[in-house]
Design a protein around this ligand. Structure first.
Ligand code: MN
Length: 234
């Protein structure tokens, strides 16, 4: 009787043990399957040839900017995401919590996002704004010329490296700039809103053709603005 009891007890214990182990492993598998993978940044295909924006933006600058600068940001941010176990699952979540990330993640994550946005915001043979974007610009700044003047001033006035932005915020358009590779989606940014238009004013964006004359680069850039793309952000 005693041995039967002992066997029964052992059997029950083993079964309970097996259940516990099986249960734990089932929960771990579920947690693993449910945890979405961290965001991986990728480079958008350049929507035009390297020389397509000539003479306003030269071929060599486009080539180096896209294939050297931009690709370096992509490698570096994805390295940082892996090394630092960053858990953000989307680019927007990454930007919204960037204050908690390393300088490497912030600078390179911003670098990838900003350039993807910048490439798509340009096109050869640009015509002026029309439709929704034209109405929004007139409504917020009075006229296209006034808008260009204020945006150019922000781009010229950004000391050192950074970006000029047109953003939509609560139904209004705003102009501003950010330092380094920061952008208006970042929680650390003073300028907040949905990006509509961006201009890279790092020296690497214009120095080969314009040297120190950032003002000439800005003036030339208006000839390649993709207004339809900007309009699609509203
Ligand atoms: Mn750049």
């Amino acid at each position: 009787m005693e041995s039967v009891n002992r066997r029964t007890f052992l059997g029950t214990s083993l079964k309970a043990g097996a259940l516990t182990i099986a249960g734990a492993s089932w929960i771990a598998d579920e947690a693993l399957a449910a945890a979405p993978a961290p965001v991986q940044f990728t480079q958008v295909p350049l929507p035009y040839a390297y020389d397509a924006l000539e003479p306003h933006i030269d071929k060599m600058t486009m080539d180096i900017h896209y294939n050297k600068h931009h690709t370096a940001y992509i490698k570096n941010v994805n390295d940082a995401i892996a090394a630092e176990n960053i858990t953000a699952t989307t680019e927007l979540e990454f930007m919204a919590g960037v204050s908690k990330l390393s300088a490497k993640a912030r600078n390179n994550g911003g670098g990838v996002w900003n350039h993807n946005f910048f490439w798509k915001g340009m096109k050869p043979g640009s015509s002026g704004p029309s439709g929704k974007i034209a109405d929004a610009i007139n409504g917020s700044f009075g006229s296209l010329d006034k808008f260009k003047e204020e945006f150019s001033k922000a781009a010229l006035g950004r000391f050192g490296s950074g970006w000029a932005w047109l953003v939509a915020d609560n139904g209004k358009l705003k102009i501003g700039s950010t330092p380094n590779q920061d952008n208006p989606l970042m929680d650390v940014s003073e300028l907040k809103g949905t990006p509509v238009l961006a201009l890279d004013v790092w020296e690497h964006a214009y120095y080969l053709k314009y040297q120190n004359k950032r003002v000439d680069y800005i003036a030339a850039w208006w000839n390649v603005v993709n207004w339809d793309e900007a309009s699609s952000k509203l």
